[in-house]
Design a protein around this ligand. Structure first.
Ligand code: DAH
Length: 352
């Protein structure tokens, strides 16, 4: 029996020399250490041996098993190293090959412009106040001093959500950011009714109008409204603030002009033009040969509006302004069709 074990060990080690890859390693393990291998058969035959023979054969078989396992381990390591060396040599990886670019997302151009405007106003001391997009007629029109039959209040001009049963005060999508003025003033007054604090806020957000969609008009667009209320605020403050804003927005050499205008919620009112930055004021298609581009509406807050906000107009004054941010982007980038903004054509959006 001991001779047989020697024989088993010798022939197993001999055949191990031929093992050259992983599958041969596995096959060798099955053949020489597997359940039906000659060695394992010796183990299962131990029971039939005599008491005297059993310990010696058992110990010898164990020794063979340990030796074969160690030899296999060593061989298997060598095989793995050879395979690795071979694959490193054969499968050369060209690390200089350019990778595939990952498309990263970006902010919508409207959001970018909105943030640009807000960050300039923030530098100038205006805090952001966000108001609601669904408003009542009272907030959107009445408290802003719109006359009862003002054309903007026609059913054809605004998106009404709920009108039946509340003809005096229907619910609508805000047509401008101005109703936020009333909400902001009332909120401030509530903190200290006897001595309301001064206000300096920027009010951004989407506005909605029931309009024919054309190259020049959309049914939704963003505005940023500004409001300053306090004691001793004058038209000079309005002019200084808006001139400064235009220079920060359009460049330090930007020339601005104030044109008398009319809005129900301001008195006096002015529209602000900036010198056309496409032609430098000489006259071109973008400025329709006028040399000027209108960028916003503004004015001193109407006493009635101050009062509706809870501020005593004998003590407080204020100015307000409102601008369309898509319009500014169109001017800035010579975009001729406002429909691009919500068209979601990536070829347009990718350019920002
Ligand atoms: N709400 C006006 C609009 O939608 C814009 C505007 C004009 C806002 C003058 C103001 C202002 O605050 O003073 O066209």
């Amino acid at each position: 029996m001991l001779d047989k074990l020697n024989e088993i060990e010798k022939s197993a080690l001999e055949s191990l020399a031929d093992v050259k890859d992983q599958s041969a390693v596995d096959a060798w393990r099955v053949a020489n250490l597997g359940r039906s291998s000659p060695l394992m058969q010796v183990f299962s035959g131990l029971g039939k041996l005599s008491k005297e023979e059993k310990p010696a054969v058992g110990a010898a078989a164990n020794k063979v098993k340990v030796a074969l396992e160690a030899a296999l381990e060593e061989r298997s390591k060598a095989v793995k190293e050879t395979m690795l060396a071979k694959s490193l040599e054969e499968e050369v990886l060209d690390v200089t090959l350019p990778g595939r670019a990952v498309n990263i997302g970006r902010l919508h151009p409207s959001t970018q412009q909105l943030r640009r405007v807000l960050s300039i106003l923030a530098e100038m001391g205006f805090q952001v106040y966000t108001s609601r997009e669904v408003e009542s007629d009272e907030m959107n029109f009445q408290l802003l001093n719109f006359a009862p039959h003002h054309p903007a209040r026609e059913m054809q001009d605004s998106f009404y959500i709920e009108a039946e049963g509340r003809e005096d005060n229907p619910i609508l999508m805000r047509t401008h950011t101005s109703p936020g003025q009333i909400r902001a003033m009332r909120e401030a007054v509530a903190t200290n009714p006897q001595n309301p604090p001064p206000i300096r806020i920027a009010l951004p957000g989407m506005c909605y109008r029931y309009e024919q969609i054309t190259a020049r008009s959309e049914i939704q667009f963003n505005q940023v409204e500004g409001l300053a209320v306090g004691e001793g605020i004058t038209f000079a403050d309005l002019k200084g603030t808006l001139t400064d804003f235009a220079r920060r927005m359009f460049g330090s050499h930007a020339r601005v002009r104030f044109r008398a205008s009319y809005f129900p919620f301001t008195e006096p009112s002015a529209e602000v033009d900036v010198e056309c930055f496409v032609c430098g004021g000489k006259g071109c298609q973008v400025c329709k040969n006028s040399g000027w581009l209108e960028i916003l509406g503004s004015g001193m807050v109407h006493p009635t509006v101050l009062e509706n906000g809870g501020y005593d107009p004998r003590r407080y004054t204020g100015f307000a302004f409102g601008m369309g941010t898509e319009r500014q982007l169109m001017l800035r980038n010579k975009i001729t069709d406002i429909r691009y903004f919500w068209g979601n054509d990536e070829r347009f959006l990718e350019q920002f």
